[in-house]
Design a protein around this ligand. Structure first.
Ligand code: SF4
Length: 310
């Protein structure tokens, strides 16, 4: 079936937000000042092999500011370029449920009490979602929508061990069930191009997620960033990064494997240019998106012609 999402050939986040909130909504990227158990020694010291010093939150505001100050400073920057009325508070850096519940309640309440904020998005690990945290998120979800972003990256345990993810797939499954039982929306982060994974391995991750109760997905291109252990392996020639055409075909394949009701939050990457070692084509994001849209439209028109001729 060919579906059109306001000109985009897939169910994009932008489309979903306009449908849900009646206008374009932007994210403000916040820093709750938390760490990560995979960095502070609780689970590991080095963190995930691809994770930058900024805890995969290199665009987040400074944790030295209060949450309202962070929101206001980001709104001032974003709204200087165009009129914007609605924002999502996105807690991105490190693990945003890795703190005592009273602290989490304080910062999340501060975020949703801001008049410009229409929803809360919280990036975290499935092993940092104890029942009292889920209960808190569920209460906040009664005030404004809350979605939880889980960094799964892959379903394959051997890759998970290489990237030092630090939890098994069963942990993801357990957290997903509890989040859904509490009425929270779940967005899953995946990485395409992890060392040792074939196209079939990556599509197996898509098929697995397609059979789960998830509401959104991020398809993230593997970035090799300066200062990471992944960069050492890359510079030692232990693996290759994806070429642009390979990546575009892969994303198109993934989108074909996913149910159209799953919202696609990302189809490329947002790695900081000053840290990016490879692939360098990733920094020309607009070109990547244009090529992807072109490829998807080609495939859809081919499918349309094929079904007409049946
Ligand atoms: S869980 Fe997130 S913040 Fe922690 S090491 Fe992995 S990518 Fe970095």
């Amino acid at each position: 079936m060919i579906t059109s999402w306001n000109g985009k050939p897939y169910h994009s986040l932008d489309y979903m937000l306009k449908e849900r909130f009646g206008e374009k909504v932007y994210k403000v990227t916040l820093n709750g000042g938390m760490s990560c158990p995979n960095r502070d020694g609780t689970i590991g010291h080095g963190g995930c092999i691809f994770c930058s010093e900024g805890g995969s939150g290199d665009f987040a505001a400074s944790a030295a500011l209060s949450i309202h100050e962070q929101i206001d400073s980001q709104i001032a920057m974003l709204s200087a370029k165009r009129p914007i009325h609605k924002y999502i508070a996105y807690f991105q850096a490190y693990t945003n449920t890795y703190a005592p519940v009273p602290y989490l309640e304080k910062i999340f309440q501060e975020a949703i009490s801001h008049p410009g904020i229409v929803a809360l998005s919280i990036g975290t690990r499935p092993d940092c979602l104890e029942d009292d945290v889920v209960e808190l998120l569920s209460r906040l979800n009664m005030v404004k929508p809350v979605w939880v972003e889980l960094g799964l990256q892959t379903i394959h345990e051997s890759t998970a061990a290489y990237i030092r993810r630090g939890y098994p797939l069963s942990c993801f499954e357990d957290s997903l069930k509890r989040l859904r039982a509490a009425g929270l929306e779940v967005v899953v982060h995946t990485i395409l191009g992890l060392p040792g994974e074939s196209r079939e391995d990556m599509l197996a991750t898509m098929d697995y997620l397609n059979a789960r109760d998830i509401q959104g997905i991020k398809l993230q291109l593997l970035h090799v960033l300066k200062g990471t252990d992944l960069a050492y392996d890359y510079l030692a020639g232990k693996f290759k990064v994806l070429e642009r055409t390979e990546y575009i075909d892969l994303v198109a394949d993934c989108l074909e494997h996913l149910d159209p009701s799953i919202v696609i939050h990302r189809v490329t990457g947002d790695g900081p240019k000053d840290l990016l070692i490879a692939p360098l084509w990733a920094s020309r994001k607009r070109e990547v998106l244009n090529l992807l849209h072109h490829r998807l439209k080609e495939r859809q028109s081919f499918q349309g012609k094929a079904s007409e001729s049946v």
